[in-house]
Design a protein around this ligand. Structure first.
Ligand SMILES: Nc1ncnc2c1ncn2[C@@H]1O[C@H](COP(=O)(O)OP(=O)(O)OP(=O)(O)O)[C@@H](O)[C@H]1O
Length: 319
């Protein structure tokens, strides 16, 4: 595997604010990596350092072996950047927007036209190629922005909150396009987001970034395993009786047990693996009619909530 992005012990301080703290991150060729974190987590700062727009206070970053701090122009040739709000020439059509960038990148008019057609088709904008970009929706502008970054055929595309402000359908189309780019062109993609569901859909690996620190990283299985290693187990219980009744019964019996009702079913979180004790208690002591009892696997949202809250209350889906 080829390392495309390497970040080693990177710290970025703005006076007394530590925006990024001891960050270590490696992204392999062809991966889609999601940097997931709330506002102010340090995602944009990390991206700006990778683009050579700001320097780390400590540590080193490399993109395909090149330091963006020392050789920013070489890095710019390799990396396409898509900000959260793409700037387009509103009075020009989508087609003319792409041609303009292509011409600035040294393409002849003819080459630029061919490239514009190819890229607009790739991002699903062929139908609107002659429409003024100012009349495009947010999602269409983002797609135009993506086509624009692809002109110089980057091997890496970095996107900062690329789906911000796009409607749900547009988001799905955009995410699908990112996936296709990665699969068809082998482009390495780093995207930042605070939308875990979007990240979960397309990213090969996710880094959970909170207050400048990478708190957990890996594919979903790895993240789940990290949590299971903390010895927290969650079960879903379905009974003929109402879940609220079962919940009060269990809470009286085991005051320390964490419970919540989710979509009519009772969720129980415990520090110990349950080897049938709860089932026995529910049937024998509670007289409940048990319909199902199943261990739950963690979704990324459980994981995300846990790290965001910085606590250990995995399992409660309330709120
Ligand atoms: N130029 C700057 N000067 C001072 N502080 C800054 C600067 N840029 C960022 N910060 C601070 O660094 C921290 C990380 O900000 P950053 O923008 O990297 O986070 P983020 O995860 O990208 O969040 P958002 O999604 O809101 O952009 C924040 O506390 C922010 O206020």
């Amino acid at each position: 595997m080829t390392k495309v992005i390497e970040i080693t012990n990177v710290v970025k301080k703005y006076k007394e604010v530590t925006a990024v703290n001891q960050l270590n991150l490696t992204i392999q060729k062809g991966e889609i990596y999601g940097l997931l974190g709330p506002n102010g987590a340090g995602k944009s700062t990390t991206i700006f350092m990778l683009l050579g727009l700001t320097e780390p206070t400590e540590g080193e970053l490399f993109i395909e072996g090149i330091s963006p701090t020392k050789r920013p122009i070489e890095v710019k040739k390799k990396v396409g950047f898509l900000p959260d709000h793409v700037g387009v020439y509103e009075d020009l059509s989508g087609f003319e927007n792409i041609i303009l960038t292509a011409r600035l990148n040294g393409f002849t008019r003819k080459e630029a036209e061919l490239k514009a057609d190819e890229l607009l088709q790739q991002v699903g904008l062929s139908h609107a190629k002659h429409k003024k970009a100012g009349k495009y929706s947010r999602g269409m502008k983002q797609r135009l922005g993506l086509a624009d970054t692809l002109i110089k055929e980057p091997s890496i595309v970095i996107m900062d909150e690329p789906t911000l402000g796009i409607d749900p359908k547009g988001i799905q189309e955009f995410l699908q396009m990112i996936k296709e780019l990665s699969v068809e062109k082998g482009i390495t993609i780093l995207l930042s987001s605070h939308h875990l569901h979007q990240v979960q859909q397309i990213c090969d690996r996710v880094g959970i970034f909170v207050k400048g620190e990478l708190l957990a990283e890996g594919d979903l299985d790895t993240l789940q395993q990290q949590l299971l290693d903390k010895h927290t187990f969650q079960y879903e219980i379905d009974t003929k009786e109402s879940s609220d009744r079962v919940e009060s019964f269990l809470q009286t019996k085991y005051p320390k047990l964490r419970t919540s009702v989710y979509e009519g079913k009772l969720h129980v979180t415990t520090k110990q693996k349950d080897n049938g004790n709860l089932v026995k208690t529910l049937i024998n002591d509670g007289g409940f009619h048990l319909l199902s009892f199943r261990p739950m696997s963690y979704g990324l949202d459980d994981i995300y909530q846990q790290y965001f809250q910085g606590g250990d209350d995995l399992g409660s889906r309330e709120g």
